[in-house]
Structures are given as C-alpha cells and as structure tokens.
Design a protein around this ligand. Structure first.
Ligand code: ADP
Ligand code: ZN
Ligand code: ZN
Length: 722
C-alpha cells in the first residue's frame, strides 16, 4: 500500500480523493495542491498526509505540484472545517471552497497583501477646490480629501469608486501610495458604561482565553455595540484578534466607522461584494495576524485567526447567517465551533434572540447577559394595536394610522410605514371572472409593479407584460389587490403632498450607494415619510424617526411554517426598535385584523422575552426544533415523476429504527421556476442518532440511479422548509 495524500476537491461529492505525493516538496495538511482531475486539473486542499490508500498503486495519480510550502489553512481551521462538513453533511471539498476566497483556489501565486491605498495629489486638491470634477470623480476626491484611504475603505464609502479612480489617476489627480499613514488616533471617546453594560463587559472579560458562549440580550439602542467595542478594545490590548460578524453588508459601514473612530485601528472588512483580489488580501492579512479587527458577513466566519481573542455575532437571530445552497452551514453555529476550537469566548448579540439560543441559555450552555435600559431614551417606546376591522381604509391604511402620520410630520418628525412586500400589489385580479395573473413556472400570483409596468414573479423573477384586458374573459376590469410598498408610497404621497415620501426597498436602492445616500438625507432633521421593507428593520440610526407604523403583519399570523410566529415577533420588535432611538420618545402602531391574537397581545403586554418563552414551550410540547433535530432532503426536477421516484427510493434506502420520517411529499411550493419540488423530512430527538443514520445514507443516495435525474440536497437544521 503506497502512502498517499487525501485531498479535498471542490466537487459536490461526499468523498476525499487519494493522490501520490508530489515529486518535489513535502505536502502537509492544510496545503494546497494542483492535481489531475477528470480530463483537467483542479486545486485541492490536503486533508491528511502520509495515509495508506485502499486503492492499488496503479490507479493512483500523482499530485502535479505543491502550491504551499507551509499550510495555508492552519490546524484549527482544518479541524473546524472537517467537523463542519461532517455536521452539515456537506461535501468536504465544498466546505474548503467556502473557507478559501476564490482567488486562493486558483493555481496562482498568493496575491501581494500590501494594502492598496489612494491619496490626493496636489493637482487633485486644486481640482477639488476649483470644483472642476462632477459626479463619481468628485465624490472620490471628496472622500480622499481628509486623508488617504485603502481600497477596502473606499469600497465602503463609494462602491463604484474604481472607475473614478482610473479616470482620476490617469489625470494625475490621485495616486497610489505604499501604505496608510499610521492608524488614526481614536477620535471618539467611549461613553461611561451603564452598570448593566459594565457587568456584561466584565463577565466576558473574565472568560477571555477560555471557551464560553454568551448571549447578550438587549433591545435596540440598549448599547450592545458599546459592549462589543469595550471588549474588542481589551482583546486588542492583549495583542489578540477580534472577529465581528454582521448579517448583511448594509450594516457594515456604520459599524466600521464606529470601530475605527473608537479603536483607532484599521478594520478589515470581508464580504461577498468585495473584489476577489481584495477579499483574498484581507483573508491573508488576517492569517498573518496583521489584521486585528475583522468585520464581515456570513462567509467571514472562515477567516483565519492565529491570535484569536473574541468572536462576536451581532443580530444572531438573523436568517442571513444560514447559507441556503451548496454547503448549508450556519455562520452563528460555526462561530461557536470555532470559538470552542480556539478556546475563546463567543458573544451572540440580539434584541430578539433566536429560540435556539434561548434554549441554549435554558440548558446552561450559554450564559445570558441582559441590557434592559436604553441609555439616553426619555421613556420607553409605546406600542399600540390598531384594529382595522370595520374601518374605512385608504389603500390599506386606517384613519387612526393616517392621523398619527399627520401629527408626526406636523411636528417636523419622521415616520416609517413598514410593509414587507415590494411592488404595487401582490395580486392582479379580474373582477368580472375571478382570473388572476399567475406565474406559469411557479403557479403563484405575479406581483404588479406599476412603475415598471410589469408583472414580476418574486419566486423565479419571471417578467411579464401587464395585460390590457382579462386574458380569460376579455373584461377590462383588472384590479390590483392588496398593497405593496409602491402602492403605499403612492397613497401616502397623495395624502401628504408637502412632505417628502421616500420608498426604501430593493427596487429603489438597486444602486449600492443609493441606500446610504437616502439614509444620509434622513439623518438630517426635517419631516419625512418612509415606506420600506425589512431593509429598514435593521440597525440604522435615524434620530428624528419617532413613529413606526407596521402594516400587513396578518400574513405572518397564518403561515404554515412553524417558525413564522418567531419571525413575526422578531421582525415586529426590530422594526419597532427604529422608533425613538435618540432623545425623542417613540411610538409604534401595529395595524391588524386580529387585535386579539395571543402572540400580538403578549408581545405588546410583556415584550419579546415573554413571547419567546411561550413559543419555546409550544415547540417543546409538539416536539419541534430546538427540542427536535431535523434534516430535510430536497429534490427537484423538470418532471414530477423523477422527483417522486428518487424520494421513494431514498426513503426505502434509509436504515433506521428511531427516526421519524415525513414524506415523500411535495414541497410547500411544489413548483418553482418550472421545476417540480419534493422533500423528505427526517427528525430525531438526538443529533447523534440522526447523524449516525444519515451519514451512510448520504453515500447511498449519491449512488442511486434515480439521483441522476434530479437535483437534490440535504439540509441539516433547515431554517425554512421551502
Ligand atoms: P445597540 O447596539 O444595542 O443597538 P448601541 O451600542 O448602538 O446600541 O447604542 C445606542 C446609542 O446609545 C448609541 O448612540 C450609543 O453611542 C449610545 N450609548 C450606548 N451606551 C451608552 C452609555 N453608556 N452612555 C451614553 N450613551 C450610550
Ligand atoms: Zn376575467
Ligand atoms: Zn415564478
């Protein structure tokens, strides 16, 4: 038996591949190698070296070239990744592919990690003073006027800066310099922490250097970020690194600004909108220990941390931490695995903690820290239910709500009308015959987008023309049913002609900086009405926003998804948290047809914590996660029959005696983008039972002939069953 290297290759197969060692060099676990694969070549990661292969020597191929003299992935990351691939039933190669930025998965030398820094030239400063440049060029000159900025920082301020940089540098107005001048001195002083904040900081501080999960539970504006800042400061003082995860990049710029101003250090930002080169450089700087504070979204959880001190997961309840394709890991859970492997504390923060995390507190696995007070708030936000029944509605808005909006803008303050649906109306209906516009590929209603004069499927992005007349009966009586943000914007603009009405959703903020620019406008005082989707639910500080009106929560009360209540409670509380952040008192109106609904009642009377406790008790009673563990086998194909056959055979191949299996059954959305979808749900009270049965099953599935006619995937701890 020859000694071989066991290599993970970026293919969706649950196996590693054996190769003979390279002719030159000593490959170690964590090093990348170039290998022959199929008819071509591939870059893989050595998982084990010097193992015996079961294959005969004649069938083994040799590594073409060793790409790293010393391992690129350190022992901790290798261990965590192996664990993660095993836990999420992922293909090992895909787990490694997620961990390495794309530019490091190629057969190329490692990129230069020296920072790319841009500065104004003397000519640039005159051009700025003379006002001779406009648009993107002017914005870039302005951004560089106070001090030189790195590519990463520019990316945060001005997502489209590169083109302007090309123009300006060829005109000699800006230049690339070697490195940033020394980190700016901290420019903001920390506030005096409240006793609760001090307690939170001291508790985590006492565990630095040990694995201990914490849940920091505090309403929006209660000062969680100040707690993170204080802890990151101590970690830096020990010469260690801190990793801060946020659910989406929209939240990054303001957090980066706060970190930089407070700590006076460079903050490395890692997210999927960076160019591949920038991402790889940031990753490598973290690996060398040069980057001390790393802020990023989901995939940043794979950042190497040779001097790790602390991991913080902000908004830990957010579903964006779950990857929904390929390697379906959960970044919060992976952060826990890493903290354990690194022997450091991990701090999960949220105003609305996930039921999973609350259950972990109950079980004694996490320690809970609470921030109950809001520093600086005059008094707590008032929440009030508006009963819509028997009210005359204006485009879905009740008189009570409209009066409250009018009063607020009359005081010169801002209002947020929250509706979690884009477009003009979710349905276009024929009043004569009952026909409605439907997506042919999903069998779901098409959303009317009036401004774009289109019907759009929000599931598969099909675009269709708006018909002049009913295609079924010919009547011209087509009526939009229900309200999306676009229709609310129109209705509110008509009601309040003298006040700016701004819509903030994916449609109006398609340009990356559009959202930031809108927010900047709103930070200025002055009355305004905002209409928005959940893009606005998240931590944007708008000091003059004092009224939040939530419309359309009723859909969440009737969903078949068992997590719908939890999500509704979280979203409601998060959106409500937008009101009255600063010194002005806030008010929240919740408009519903179900004013007596127990969840809404409880949320109002006792708050999120009590509602979550009841939801957890319910989950325990009916044996649902987190008291039950689920794995979902999904399959889809152009023909229903192929899905059915595969799921039937998959079910037959599952050897077990204690698992609960539901299905095969159609997915809650049985057709999507023209593909038929089905699933099999497997549950057990114990994770190890589940995993023990499913690992061999996964290999069997891959070898079923019917598997070749479908797309299939396994989802461990799915966060939705769609
Ligand atoms: P969260 O992250 O919980 O939403 P932040 O840390 O952003 O809360 O705090 C909300 C606001 O209150 C911020 O403007 C912050 O500077 C301020 N703040 C936080 N803690 C204090 C404190 N102890 N004293 C004064 N202001 C504080
Ligand atoms: Zn009709
Ligand atoms: Zn569709």
């Amino acid at each position: 038996m020859p000694a071989v290297l066991r290599v993970a290759l970026p293919v969706p197969l649950p196996t590693l591949f054996d190769y003979l060692p390279p002719a030159v060099g000593e490959a170690q676990a964590g090093s990348r190698v170039l290998v022959p694969f199929g008819r071509g070549k591939a870059v893989g990661v050595v998982v084990e070296a010097g193992v015996e292969s079961a294959l005969g020597g004649a069938r083994l191929k040799r590594v073409i070239r060793l790409l790293d003299d010393s391992p690129l992935l350190d022992a901790e990351l290798m261990k965590t990744l192996a664990w993660a691939a095993d836990y999420w039933l992922g293909a090992p190669g895909e787990a490694y592919a997620n961990a390495l930025p794309l530019a490091l998965r190629e057969d190329k030398p490692l990129p230069d990690t020296r920072e790319e820094v841009w500065a104004l030239t003397v000519a640039g400063r005159s051009a700025l003073d003379a006002g001779s440049r406009k648009g993107g060029s002017r914005r870039l000159l302005e951004a560089l006027a106070p001090m030189p900025l790195s590519a990463g920082e520019l990316h945060e301020h001005l997502p489209d800066w590169r083109e302007a940089a090309r123009r300006l540098s060829s005109a000699g107005l800006i230049e690339r310099i070697e490195r940033l001048p020394d980190a700016p001195a901290p420019s903001s002083e920390p506030p005096t922490l409240s006793p609760e904040q001090q307690h939170a900081v001291a508790s985590v501080h006492a565990e630095l250097g040990r694995f201990q999960p914490f849940l920091l539970d505090g309403v929006t504006g209660s000062g969680k970020t100040e707690v993170y800042l204080a802890l990151i400061e101590s970690v830096l003082a020990q010469g260690r690194q801190a990793l801060l995860l946020v659910p989406e990049i929209g939240l990054a710029p303001q957090t980066v600004r706060r970190l930089r101003e407070r700590l006076g250090v460079a903050v490395e930002v890692l997210h999927s909108n960076l160019s591949e080169g920038d991402r790889a450089r940031a990753w490598l700087r973290a690996r060398s220990g040069e980057a001390k504070v790393i802020l990023g979204t989901r995939s940043a959880v794979f950042t190497p941390l040779p001097h790790a001190g602390l991991i913080v997961v902000d908004e830990e309840h957010d579903g964006a931490y779950k990857q929904q394709e390929g390697f379906r890991y959960h970044a919060r859970d992976l952060a826990l695995l890493r903290a354990r492997a690194l022997d450091i504390p991990v701090l999960l923060g949220s105003a609305t903690p996930s039921l999973e995390s609350l259950a972990n507190v109950d079980a004694g696995r996490y320690r809970a820290l609470h921030l109950r007070a809001r520093p600086g708030a005059v008094r707590p936000t008032q929440v009030q239910i508006v009963d819509m029944r028997a009210q005359r509605l204006e485009h879905g808005l009740s008189p009570t709500l409209l009066t409250a909006v009018a009063d607020t803008v009359a005081r010169g303050e801002q209002v947020l009308v929250f509706r979690n649906r884009r477009g003009y109306a979710p349905v276009l209906l024929c009043h004569a015959c009952g026909w409605h516009a439907e997506c042919t590929r999903c069998e779901h209603p098409l959303t009317l987008h009036a401004g774009r004069r289109q019907l759009i499927c929000h599931h598969c992005d099909l675009h269709a023309r708006v018909p002049e007349a009913c295609p079924s009966c010919g009547a011209s009586d087509l009526k939009p049913q229900g309200q999306g943000t676009e229709r609310l914007e129109e209705a509110l603009a008509a009601q309040f002609p003298d006040v700016p009405v701004l819509r903030i959703d994916r449609e109006t903020t398609r340009r990356r900086d559009a959202f930031e620019q809108l927010l900047d406008k709103l930070r200025d005082e002055g009355p305004a009405v905002l209409v928005g989707t959940q893009m606005l639910a998240k931590g944007h500080d708008l000091p003059n926003l004092t009224l939040v009106a939530i419309v359309g929560v009723d859909e969440g009360l009737h969903s078949v998804d068992f997590r719908a209540s939890e999500r509704l409670a979280q979203l409601t509380v998060q959106v409500a948290g937008r009101a009255g952040r600063a010194s002005k008192p806030g008010r929240v109106l919740l408009q519903t047809h179900h004013p007596e609904h127990p969840l809404l009642r409880q949320l109002l009377a006792q708050g999120y914590g009590a509602a979550a406790k009841d939801l957890l008790a319910e989950r325990r009673m009916v044996q649902l996660p987190p008291y039950q563990h689920q794995v979902l086998l999904r399959a889809d194909a152009l023909q229903r029959e192929h899905v059915d056959t595969f799921l039937r055979e998959a079910h037959g191949a599952l050897v077990h005696d204690t698992l609960q299996v539901a299905g095969p059954m159609p997915a809650p959305m049985p057709l999507r983008a023209g593909r038929h979808r089905g699933q099999l749900l497997i549950e057990a009270a114990s994770r190890s039972t589940l995993h023990t049965a499913l690992r061999p099953w996964q290999r069997t599935l891959a070898s079923l002939p019917s598997a070749r006619r479908v797309r299939w995937s396994l989802d461990v701890d799915p966060i939705d069953l769609y």
